[in-house]
Structures are given as structure tokens and as C-alpha cells.
Design a protein around this ligand. Structure first.
Ligand code: OGA
Ligand code: NI
Length: 356
């Protein structure tokens, strides 16, 4: 069994490095601040995950942008949203009602949190899923094949918003204000999506799709070797719906017809994507590492994810038919989330085991 020895040594070495990195409690930003010129091996992505066949440049490969106050009829808006959710699972919205200065302040707050005094930041570093407010680097650090060039501040803002005194001073107030705005927009989107499915306007809301909101403030530091790692490995979201605010740096890509299609930054726009739990079409997406950053993004997930939730979810009975049979078996979000979290971003879908 001599030949297996080097592999074992490499595995031990990797595990030691992961632990050492985690114990710094300063994330990827800490490595960049220390002036590293080469990325540590734990961040090296398998080369196959870094390839990106470019799409033939045509309007067929442009993700849709939808004007929520475009002046057309409700019916035409419902059709546009339904079409984008079904064909792409991803679209941008403009005139969404969230004021520009709220978006700017939100991004600025997340940047301030990540760039503040290290000692204060360390106080929030945790991997305890029960913590209300968590700052960490790579939620799946110890289970994924490669770590990502990204740090994250996360917090559930609904149904029970944290107490202001538990939130970081740099961005706490903004977290609460921003999530209220996102909740309003989310309610509208779930209404439009319900109508697009031919259901009652409140159908998805009545299924508790808007009960809980998880907010993640991502910070993607500039990377000295952006061709060797990723900001965020390809994945499906563990939500019904995600509303994402990205800054001007770019790097977010969506897998569409085998091509990685850029989601270009549009000032004032928000990116909306369907998650595993809604399955209009849940789409894989990833973020490239950047040299020009930091890149800041704020992802808000409508899902109860890590919270106890006994409700059983399955195919919506009203729209099943012989031509449209169920594709997945019933599950609870708790069951699904446990599986999603334990496997980390390993390139596979969290829904495979639910397929009928
Ligand atoms: C996510 C995500 C994209 C981004 O947090 O699930 O896909 O641009 N984020 O940060
Ligand atoms: Ni995502």
C-alpha cells in the first residue's frame, strides 16, 4: 500500500492548512493584508472547474432585464417574469422600488465591516449555525474540494430580526433597513411568479415562501492568481428565490446551455434567481476571482434553510397533470438543508436525491 502514502500525507497537510487558516479568524482578507503573492494550495480549484467556454455573443445569451414599472399591463409583466424564470432562472430587475442610496449604503456597510479593525471582526467569527450573526470564510471550508476566495457576514433578518446590539456597528442598522426593502420586493416577485404559474396571487406567500430571509454580505478580496481559484464555486441556491445586489466589479456567471454567461453589473439593478426550492428553473452560477476588487455583493435568500420548519414541501398539486408529472418527492426544508450543508459546494445538485 506504499503508493497511497503520499495521498494520505497530502490530505493531512490540507486538513492542517484548513485548520490553521480558519484559526486566523481573519479570512481571505487576512491573507491579502499579509501581502501573499501566491494563493495557498487549499484555494487551488480543480482545473476542470475553472474552464469557461464563452457563449456565441448574441442576444440569446443575454440574461433578461425586466422593468418592474415598465408601463405595460400586469399580464405582460407576469408573462415576462414567468418566461425569464422558466428559461433562465435568472434575471435582473430595474425600477424595483428600492432607493439607490439604500443600495449604496448597504454595499458600503458590508465593505466597512470587512475592512474594519481585525480585533472587532474576529469577535463575530464563528461556524455555529445557531449564531444569529456569523462572519466566516467559506461555510463549507472543511467539506468542499477547494476553498473560495471570499469572506462572508451572514444573518437571518426574518422572521426574528437580531437585536441591534448583537449586530456589527459597521452595518447593523443597514441590515435591518435593507432587508425590509428586500422583503417588500420579494413579496411582489412571489405574487408575480404565482400568477405566472396560473395560481392565486398569494399562493407562494401562503406556502411560507416569504417567511424567512437570510442575508449574506460577501467580500471577494483582490486575488493575486485569479486564474487558479474561484470567488464562489458553481452551485444552486438553497432558497425559493434569491435577490442579489452586486457592485461594479463583475465576475458573476450563470450556466446556460453549457455556456458560462456573464451577469453584467447594471447600476441600480438587482439580480433575481430561482433557487432549488422553487424549481421554476434553479440554475448553477459561480463567481470568478478578481484582480481589481474587492468585489462586494449582498445576497438575500428567501428560505428557512437552517431554521426548524416542519412544513412538508412538494410539487404544487394545482399544476400537476399527466403532461406535467411530479419530478421530485416531498421533503422538508430541514431535511434538504442538512444534506445541502453537509456536502458543501462540490459541484453536484442538492436535489438529486429527491428526484423521482
Ligand atoms: C450566493 C451567490 C453571488 C455573488 O451567495 O449564493 O451566488 O455575486 N452569490 O456573490
Ligand atoms: Ni448563489
Amino acid at each position: 500500500m506504499e503508493s497511497s502514502l503520499p495521498i494520505t500525507v497530502a490530505a493531512i497537510n490540507r486538513s492542517t492548512q484548513l485548520k490553521a487558516f480558519d484559526e486566523t479568524k481573519t479570512g481571505v482578507k487576512g491573507l491579502v493584508d499579509a501581502g501573499i503573492a501566491e494563493i495557498p494550495s487549499i484555494f487551488r480549484a480543480p482545473p476542470a472547474t475553472l474552464t469557461s467556454p464563452k457563449p456565441p455573443s448574441s442576444s440569446e445569451f443575454t440574461i433578461p432585464t425586466i422593468d418592474l414599472k415598465g408601463g405595460g399591463t400586469r399580464r405582460s409583466l407576469v408573462e415576462k417574469i414567468g418566461d425569464a424564470a422558466e428559461k433562465w432562472g435568472f434575471f435582473q430587475v430595474i425600477n424595483h422600488g428600492i432607493p439607490m442610496d439604500v443600495l449604496e449604503k448597504k454595499k458600503e456597510g458590508i465593505r466597512e465591516f470587512h475592512e474594519q479593525d481585525t480585533q472587532v471582526k474576529k469577535g463575530f467569527y464563528s461556524r455555529d449555525p445557531a449564531s444569529k450573526v456569523v462572519y466566516s470564510s467559506n461555510f463549507d471550508l472543511f467539506s468542499s474540494p477547494a476553498a473560495n476566495w471570499r469572506d462572508t457576514l451572514g444573518c437571518y433578518t426574518a422572521p426574528d430580526p437580531p437585536r441591534p446590539e448583537d449586530l456589527p456597528a459597521a452595518c447593523g442598522e443597514m441590515m435591518i433597513e435593507y432587508s425590509k426593502e428586500v422583503m417588500k420586493l420579494g413579496k411582489l416577485l412571489f405574487e408575480l411568479l404565482s400568477e405566472a404559474l396560473g395560481l392565486n396571487t398569494s399562493h407562494l406567500k401562503d406556502m411560507d415562501c416569504t417567511n424567512s430571509l437570510l442575508l449574506l454580505g460577501h467580500y471577494y478580496p483582490p486575488c493575486p492568481q485569479p486564474d487558479l481559484t474561484l470567488g464562489l464555486t458553481k452551485h444552486f441556491d438553497n432558497s425559493f428565490l434569491t435577490i442579489l445586489l452586486q457592485d461594479h466589479i463583475g465576475g458573476l456567471q450563470v450556466l446556460h446551455d453549457q455556456y458560462w454567461v456573464d451577469v453584467p453589473p447594471v447600476p441600480g439593478a438587482l439580480v433575481v434567481n430561482v433557487g432549488d426550492l422553487l424549481q421554476f428553473k434553479s440554475v448553477e452560477h459561480r463567481v470568478l476571482a478578481n484582480v481589481a476588487g474587492p468585489r462586494i455583493s449582498v445576497a438575500c435568500f428567501f428560505s428557512s434553510y437552517l431554521m426548524a420548519n416542519p412544513r412538508v414541501y412538494g410539487p404544487i398539486k394545482d399544476i400537476l397533470s399527466e403532461q406535467n408529472p411530479p419530478k421530485y418527492r416531498d421533503t422538508t426544508i430541514t431535511e434538504y438543508a442538512k444534506f445541502y450543508r453537509s456536502k458543501g459546494f462540490d459541484g453536484t445538485s442538492g436535489l438529486l436525491y429527491l428526484k423521482i
